[in-house]
Design a protein around this ligand. Structure first.
Ligand code: SF4
Length: 370
């Protein structure tokens, strides 16, 4: 845990449980923050300070992002996967999932359906299938989508630095890779087979992408697998390291939460709304310049509130099955998605909610003219 730091779980647990209210006040009063400030702000002692954290986070957020909220949509291009992640219905052993990889024509149809809503930033998602999603294929997808969208990000299997260089040249500028858990023992348990079992290879994904030129480096853990405070401390350590090593790129945080569904994976360490909000506020205060996204895993009320204080970026109208926007319009209900959506509003409804809160929707905040 705690990448590139020499602390043990016991050290960090002991520190966090020993945080006193004066330490939280001191962290809130500082202009520049370090890793220990993050620990102070996620501690139990910081709970009574959440209203103050909300005010401070909102001020900081406004300073860096104004009253704007950027919007994006995920495009699932395939769900075949050779991994065995215990929490995911795309895992190779799961027979209830209809497997599909979209053709280039289908990808174009999906992309056009998304773009019609006004969204101009796209996250391309696929399961890990090295026979299908080769670097050459992903690069072809990137070149196609770059004719439609201003900004492309990628959430696929970790690639080599050379692979990322090729993908960057094809038009991808952002990368998302969830570490899932920073706890090596739990990581082995959750990823018993397949290439994803390699913890270090995954941990260094953002570093390789950053060295290859990627502009946005998305990091996260999966909320619900391990104790959230330890995982958050690890995420922060990872982010500080990347900010030093890849200073030309921007770190982006996500806080994907496993939603419990009947008959589905039972998260061993569930995170409630109050804990999630405290964590997001703490990250906004300690990492004021970093991007932060909130997906449709969260309910509308939570999303609409958190984009005013912490997150600067949100997905809208997401479909999490390959073909879910246009190709499979009629079959969608029978399909298995990667995770359950809690916000099923249309993009138009999401944009209206953002504006109703006095914020401006940003469809395009980057255009690489090179
Ligand atoms: S989480 Fe990703 S790698 Fe794991 S089974 Fe699901 S799609 Fe495959």
């Amino acid at each position: 845990m705690f990448p590139h730091l020499k602390y043990s779980e016991a050290d960090v647990d002991g520190y966090i449980s020993g945080v006193a209210p004066e330490m939280v006040e001191a962290s809130l009063a500082k202009e520049r923050h370090d890793w220990f400030d993050l620990l102070n702000l996620i501690s139990g002692a910081a709970r009574p300070f959440v209203p103050e954290m909300r005010r401070l986070a909102q001020t900081v957020r406004r300073r860096y992002y104004g009253k704007t909220v950027s919007v994006y949509a995920p495009l699932y291009i395939g769900n075949t996967c050779i991994n065995s992640c215990r929490y995911c219905d795309f895992r190779r052993q799961h027979t209830g999932t209809v497997r599909r990889n979209l053709t280039l024509d289908e990808i174009r149809a999906e992309a056009e359906a998304i773009h019609k809503t006004g969204i101009d930033s796209l996250l391309v998602v696929a399961g890990e299938d090295p026979k299908v999603n080769t670097v050459a294929h992903l690069a072809e997808v990137g070149r196609l989508l770059k004719t439609i969208f201003s900004y492309l990000a990628l959430e696929v299997a970790p690639q080599s630095e050379d692979g990322y260089r090729e993908l960057f040249a094809a038009g991808f500028e952002g990368l998302t890779c969830f570490q899932e858990t920073y706890d090596q023992t739990l990581y082995r348990e959750m990823h018993p087979a397949g290439p994803k079992a390699d913890y270090e290879w995954r941990l260094n994904t953002q570093l390789r992408a950053g060295r290859a030129g990627f502009r946005i480096l998305g990091c996260a853990f999966l909320l619900g697998l391990g104790p959230w405070r330890r995982e958050a401390a690890s995420l922060a350590a990872h982010a500080f390291y990347l900010m030093k090593e890849c200073y030309e790129a921007k770190v982006q945080f996500a806080f994907p939460r496993i939603c419990r569904v009947d008959g589905g994976f039972v998260p061993p360490c569930e995170v409630n709304d109050e804990e999630l909000e405290q964590m997001m506020l703490a990250f906004r205060i300690v990492f004021p310049q970093c991007c932060m996204t909130v997906s449709t895993r969260e309910a509308p009320a939570f999303r609409d509130r958190i984009v005013q204080t912490a997150a600067d970026n949100m997905s809208a109208g997401s479909r999490v099955t390959p073909g879910g926007y246009a190709v499979l319009e009629k079959a969608r209900a029978a399909d298995v998605a990667q995770f359950t959506l809690s916000d099923s509003r249309s993009p138009t409804e999401v944009f209206a909610a953002i504006r109703a809160n006095g914020q401006e929707v940003v469809f395009k905040n980057w255009d690489n003219r090179i």
